[in-house]
Design a protein around this ligand. Structure first.
Ligand code: AMP
Ligand code: MG
Length: 412
């Protein structure tokens, strides 16, 4: 099988996964979930025209020729209803959020007045009709759709849900994710340190990438490079919605992952992607599980999770935004590139007067995890690039922060 371009492989993954149904969740427990229903406003906010400032409610026509002295007829606090109509030559003292009294059409902030007595105030500034007034329904109007299904629940969204008194609502079910490491050389977290072994970091790095999506994965442990043992672990993993297996997906004689998952009924969609790091990436599905055979190299497996697994999980969680934000940065130094595969270079970002500047985080060997730990983002070198020179612009996909549908981390 030929090596698929990253964009093609990603499309295949996204075409193979769907949402898993909905459940009701309480507002207090909904941060990070994705709305499965659209939410409408249940009232106008503000419910009437209110003052945006502490000051005086006036008739704008009265203050056209400021300075002018007006009679104060009433004090209106937030929560009060005005009882008097403001007539020519009059005003009411008003607090932020209090309803504008009849007759008044503007608010003058305290800073633009000089209080002369308990009953009169000098207005020193002319203002137009509507000045410092928040009009009825400016925040939301009854019946208006304020949140669309597919919206990720952020703190701001929680505020809107609380505003419309949505104490519970429908969200998409989270996928159940299992993580399995494979390799005879691996040393588990609880095993004694053996200088001849390789510590299993993938279990935990991948765990954290999944946790960052709001999912608590199940850690299946380490399977040896033995077809029988591997089969037992993989059977357990195939009970989940998503199974991540790292290691053993290459073409080595002891790389049993692909033949074993195929034996267990997984239909392979691809097992080679034209990318660096990460090319021995395998993907397949059963009727209930999406299986990612990730490369064993610690950086490669993390990059594959970022580019393929995370967008798939977001889609399964109903999120309408699938990809991390990208920024354009100018390169601090030359970067060589071999034509034909998309390269993800671990990069650090700084800022100068013109914008972001990207430099690599040191050796780009896919086994050196420190280069990933130091990275702010993945600098994307398109497959057809002949290499990049210092000062050239490049796209960097950030490794944290917001997620945007329209900004895929790579270009076709
Ligand atoms: P493989 O894909 O099985 O050929 O493994 C490629 C490289 O990744 C080898 O050097 C492995 O030792 C290393 N590796 C595989 N699995 C892990 C893991 N869970 N944690 C850290 N390194 C790993
Ligand atoms: Mg291996």
């Amino acid at each position: 099988m030929e090596h698929l371009q990253v964009s093609v492989a990603q499309r295949i993954v996204l075409e193979s996964v769907a949402t898993l149904g909905v459940e009701s969740v309480k507002l207090e427990q909904s941060l990070g979930r994705v709305l499965a229903e659209s939410i409408c406003a249940n009232r106008d906010l503000p419910p009437y025209d209110v003052s945006a400032m502490d000051g005086f409610a006036v008739r704008s026509a009265d203050v056209m020729n400021a300075p002018v002295t007006l009679e104060i007829i009433e004090d209106i606090k937030a929560g009060d209803m005005p009882t008097k109509i403001v007539q020519a030559g009059q005003c009411s003292r008003i607090m932020t959020g209090a309803p504008l009294p009849q007759g008044a059409d503007a608010v003058i902030r305290v800073e633009d007045t000089q209080v002369e007595s308990h009953t009169s105030v000098q207005i020193v500034k002319a203002v137009k009709c509507g000045n410092d007034v928040r009009s009825q329904g400016e925040g939301m109007k009854t019946g208006e759709v304020v949140l669309l299904a597919g919206t990720e629940i952020t703190p701001g969204v929680i505020g809107i849900l609380a505003t419309v008194k949505a104490a519970h609502f429908a969200v998409y079910r989270r996928p159940r994710v299992a993580i399995l490491s494979t390799g005879n050389e691996l040393e588990g977290m609880d095993d004694p340190v053996d200088p001849n072994k390789i510590p299993d970091s993938n279990t935990y790095a991948l765990m954290a990438q999944i946790q960052a999506l709001g999912i608590a994965p199940v850690l299946l442990g380490i399977a040896r490079d033995d077809p029988i043992e591997l089969e037992q672990y993989l059977r357990r993993g195939l009970e989940f919605d998503v199974l991540l297996v790292s290691g053993g997906t290459s073409v080595g004689v002891h790389d049993y992952v692909r033949p074993t998952i195929e034996k267990l009924g997984v239909q392979m969609k691809f097992w080679r992607v034209a990318m660096k790091p990460g090319h021995p990436l395998a993907f397949g599905t059963t009727n209930k599980t999406a299986v990612f055979g990730l490369p064993g190299n610690p950086v490669s497996s993390m990059v594959c999770v970022e580019e393929f697994v995370a967008p798939a999980l977001r889609q399964m969680m109903g999120n309408s935004r699938l990809h991390r934000r990208t920024v354009e940065a100018s390169l601090a130094h030359d970067i060589k590139h071999q034509i034909g595969r998309t390269e993800f270079v671990r990069a650090q970002l700084t800022r100068n007067a013109e914008g972001y500047v990207a430099s690599t985080t040191g050796t780009q060997s896919s086994g050196v995890l420190l280069s990933m730990a130091k990275a702010d983002g993945l600098l994307i070198i398109p497959a057809e690039s002949k290499g990049l020179a210092a000062g050239e612009q490049a796209t960097v996909q950030l490794l944290d922060g917001a997620v945007f549908q329209d900004e895929a981390g790579f270009r076709e």
